[in-house]
Design a protein around this ligand. Structure first.
Ligand code: FAD
Length: 446
């Protein structure tokens, strides 16, 4: 599986080995320490937003989904939801054939695993009140769901991304809807079901559409690597109401099932390469917005911690600037009005994907799914909105001028999502190294 991973990555001049070294040695320790700081630890998110595409099936993803309230739940027609709830009509939005499927008995995961710890210490509640006042006092860039009345702060450190047992119909409906309805598809795959897209067909697509697919697939890879590297190895029940205490660790067999070419129609190594690809994309966004990010306040109300955070940001960005082979977004969306139309479609498709996250039927998966799509969305905005281009040029010349500052302002949640999403990708690449080592000692031992 890993033999195929060396060498060229495709769609950029970079190769896998360069990224492995750069990430594992230079980026990984820095970004992990950075996201443990208070500013990045608390993410404001609305996990109660209704799924706009099909009837909420969150209980269907739970172990006891077959109870009658779930199977009898009314399924509103998609068109009604669509007209009532969406102001803007995204062209890529399509009715999911599965929308009227009742709960399915193969969705049997343990609800306790997807349990979300919403605890915030008194100290952090106090800090958050100060941040809120501060955030409200500055202009915001876009309308994210952190403004929703139902949005809440979640302490990411108390809710690590790991195996939750979310699978079956509900999880597949999300991924299928993403690939089949909201990615640009080369053509319908002959196997009808899995894999949704065959990498061998990607060559027939233009660069922009390929980039879109590879970014989404890379995100999918990262999520699945995390559930393999923090798999539930054993479980101790502590009592009726308390969540069980688990022992978490890497599961090599699970990793092989998901990425070995012989078990994935040959796609596993391509999916792994897509992880590196989306990593490059997000890293380029950080570099491009770097001069701006270096000047953010990272305000939490604790001057000492804030200064440390700013130092850590400058230090990490300084390392990122030295990366020799950054993704080159300037070759994309060139060519007049067809390119502008394509860019609009690109944005609309991504917008849909971010809304599909409201349909994820496991709270913890939804939390990390939303955070990582928002992080990727922020990266795409930095790369393709055009607002950061002149900024970048001036930074390169050493003349950093904050022109149109109000438009360039990122919201706090966007910054938190951007760095945390990148930290997840960095962690996945690091975890791959662990699996690689496990695999070679496993093979040596045979
Ligand atoms: P899936 O991962 O469900 O994939 C479905 C099909 O997509 C595969 O059969 C394959 O053909 C194709 N595919 C797989 N990987 C790729 C790729 N990288 N690129 C392109 N195509 C691919 N589970 C957890 O335990 N913890 C989590 O935190 C978690 N978070 C999730 C977040 C979201 C947004 C979603 C939708 C799901 C999440 N899940 C999580 C569930 C997890 O991703 C899988 O769906 C689940 O484990 C079932 O896996 P599977 O083997 O059936 O294949």
């Amino acid at each position: 599986c890993f033999d195929a991973l060396h060498g060229a990555l495709g769609d950029c001049s970079c190769n896998v080995d360069t990224i492995d070294y750069f990430n594992n040695v230079k980026i990984f320790p820095r970004i992990q320490s950075l996201v443990s700081k208070d500013y990045f630890r608390f993410y404001k998110v609305n996990l109660k937003k209704e799924c706009p595409f099909w009837a909420d099936d969150s209980r269907c993803a739970m172990k006891y989904c077959h109870i009658k309230t779930c199977s009898k739940e009314s399924v509103p027609g998609f068109e009604n939801d669509y007209e009532n709830e969406l102001e803007e009509e995204p062209p890529a939005l399509k009715y999911s054939q599965e929308a009227q499927t009742p709960c399915n008995s193969d969705a049997d995961h343990d609800p306790a695993l997807g349990y979300l710890n919403m605890t915030l210490s008194v100290a952090s509640q106090f800090e958050i009140a100060k941040w809120k006042a501060y955030d409200d006092s500055v202009g915001n860039f876009c309308d994210c769901d952190d403004k929703d009345a139902e949005a809440e702060y979640v302490d990411l450190s108390l809710n690590p991304e790991r195996y939750t047992g979310y699978k079956g119909t509900s999880a597949h409906r999300i991924w299928r809807s993403i690939y089949e309805e909201n990615c640009f598809r080369p053509k319908v795959n002959p196997y009808k079901s899995f894999p949704y897209v065959l990498s061998s067909d990607l060559g027939n697509m233009c660069l922009e559409k390929r980039v879109f697919y590879r970014a989404v697939s890379g995100l999918h890879t990262s999520i699945n690597i995390h559930l393999c590297s923090k798999y539930l190895l054993s479980e101790k029940k502590l009592g009726f109401a308390a969540p069980p205490e688990g022992e978490w660790g890497p599961n090599l067999a699970e990793f092989q099932r998901r990425f070995d070419p012989s078990q994935t129609f040959g796609e596993g190594p391509n999916w792994l390469k897509n992880l590196y690809f989306v990593y490059l994309l997000e890293m380029r966004a950080l570099a491009k917005a770097g001069p701006y990010l270096e000047r953010e306040d990272y305000f939490t109300g604790n001057p000492v911690e804030d200064e440390e955070t700013r130092d850590a940001i400058r230090n990490m960005l300084g390392v990122i600037y030295t990366f020799p082979d950054h993704f080159n977004e300037s070759s994309m969306f060139n060519g007049g009005s067809p390119a502008a139309k394509l860019k609009q479609e690109f944005r609309d498709h991504f917008w849909n994907i971010s809304r599909i996250m409201d349909c994820v039927g496991c709270d913890k998966c939804k939390l990390w799914g939303k955070l990582q799509t928002q992080g990727l969305g922020t990266a795409l905005k930095i790369l393709f909105s055009g607002q950061w281009d002149s900024f970048d040029e001036e930074a390169e010349k050493g003349r950093i001028v904050l022109r149109h500052k109000a438009h360039k302002r990122l919201q706090r949640t966007e910054i938190v999502a951007l760095f945390n999403a990148f930290a997840r990708l960095s962690n996945s690449i690091r975890e791959l190294e662990n699996f690689r080592n496990m695999l070679s000692s496993h093979t040596d031992g045979q």
